[in-house]
Design a protein around this ligand. Sequence first.
Ligand code: ATP
Ligand code: MG
Length: 690
Amino acid sequence: MQSPDPLAALNSQQREAATHGTGDSAADTRPLLVIAGAGSGKTNTLAHRVANLIRHGADPQRMMLLTFSRRAAQEMERRVGTVLQQALGLAGKQALPGLPWSGTFHAIGARLLREYAARIGLEDSFTIHDRGDAEDLMGLVRHEIGLSEARKRFPLKGTCLGIYSRVMNTCDPLGLVLQSTYPWCTQWEDELKKLFGAYVEAKQQQNVLDYDDLLAFWADMMAEPALAQEVGARFDHVLVDEYQDTNALQAQILLALKPTGQGVTVVGDDAQSIYSFRGATVRNILDFPHRFAQPARVVTLERNYRSTQPILDASNAVIAAARERHSKNLFTDKTASQRAQLVLVPDEAQQARWVADQVLRQREAGTALKGQAVLFRASHHSAALELELARRDIPFVKFGGLKFLEAAHIKDLLAVLRFAHNPRGRMAGFRAVQLVPGIGAASATRLLDAMGEAGDPHRALQEFEPPAAAREDWSRLASLFASLAQPGLAWPADMELAKEWYLPQLERLHEDPQVRKLDIEQLARLAAGYGSRERFLTELTLDPPEVTSDQSGPPLRDEDYLILSTIHSAKGQEWHAVHVLNVVDGCIPSDMATGTTEEIEEERRLLYVAMTRAKEQLHLLVPQRFYVTQQSGGGDRHVYAGRTRFVSEGMLAHFEQVAWPPAPASLGAPGVQPQAPLMQVRARARAAWK
Ligand code: ATP
Ligand code: MG
């Protein structure tokens, strides 16, 4: 029996992209750029391209697939597997003959750096600092070189790290970054230089890398012609999704891997570029056609397969008003009568109730919770909704928000494992050794100093003399470290030993040890899924698991749950029904982004990304009273907000407007207190639609 043609489902432009450089076009070695609007099948085409290359004999293990998150990488592998399965009639597990190197730039960077560590002057046992650790280390160094005390108005550690990170990712000089993005810090340029020098030194002494180092060291490694040649030659194909959100370093790495452009495929959408605050630059995708030794082949896709025409009309209207012209002309065959809704609610509490009601109504109508998502600008915007969902027992998973790993007890246990893995890592060490009763900051510093100076840090640890009262407890931790340093220990035995040591500390340190114990068990189960301590620690830092409604770690696969996500983390995904919270000025655009036109335009694209996640139903919620957290003094307060400026009067025809609770029945509507401010709000709400 003839296997079905896997490319039959693709339209002609998608097929061109999927088959570029194979079959009839085998002689065409140009790099490939697919630039197209949301939902036009870029990611899908990329998956078909990978499958098609494999069918034409490409070795998956010689492919590098760079995605925006680990979740996206897994989804891509699944899609490739399905296509191959259908095409070759393979059974499930066999579908992929070997796995591509897939993951984020950071994760693949970490993997390569470990492999090449010895040749680039790194120790392969390095640990990776997450944002919190990096900030703390920056704070510590800032203090050590006397900048925090002597100069009272010197930028805070978070700002310092932000500046440092931006310099690293944009490859721009410090002076320029200060002028363009941190103008209030320009007076500190010399001090900042000194601070960053000391910070780099501290990381090196402690054998730790931060996120930015994963890219910067990789780029540096690729600047060595021999190494670039060697690493590049290991990969026949390098494919990148969401290319519009890469930064200068990432573009540099790609060019160094494949200077001729042969085997390079990138896909993206300039109208969805939303990460410039982290140094990403849309120039990468715009410059791509002429970046390599030979010009690129450019394919554009115009048909949208995701959303209904009314949703597309509303989204197109929002992006069409952008200052930059995004030359997309999306159309779809998915006709529908239901327009996107603009839902006017009195405040955030009512917004939460409306969304919870709507979600349940949808579920009754046959859309599982998993087919629905609630999106918001900033993680804390979902607080009221989370309470409401918990109250009604609606399970949810939150992406891009507070992480499971941020809980104190989880951090404690991970610090123990990290310190065992890299005994020169001071941030982990400082936390771990102070878990011993009787050991405080002074003793911890004394130990870490001794370990830093010693040739053999393990030995220095074993020889450490703790304060007399702490001796017995200390000896238990010291013997744990001795066990963890044994070479033959098989993962996750290390985790078990560390857990055994930690549980009594947990009892002592926390008032609610029972709940926290469940988390620890959850972490141990999670650990068992990774092949080694090193992989566990690396991947957990780079791509932490999400928080669930019961706060006890990642959910079971088959459960039905609602997705809560920041808009940034919702990139590339789609749901049957999408609710966007707080579509008001001050939120989208964020009141922190009211600075430059570029910032405002990025907020417009953010709204566009949110809207284009919806397949059938889209609800934009507009609370009239909106709670803001003031960054610079003044405390938190309620403000009266208006509909986002990105939905102008002229665009209202694309939306169905709903005021809730409905005006005539409003006094009797459940849960609405007929207090004066709300009455005013309701009057305003009605007036807004006149
Ligand atoms: P985004 O810009 O949001 O990342 P995208 O361009 O990557 O979107 P995909 O996620 O690949 O788009 O595809 C959007 C939806 O359209 C998916 O559900 C996908 O399965 C479907 N799709 C893509 N191409 C086709 C096609 N040729 N026929 C039918 N459905 C398709
Ligand atoms: Mg995509």
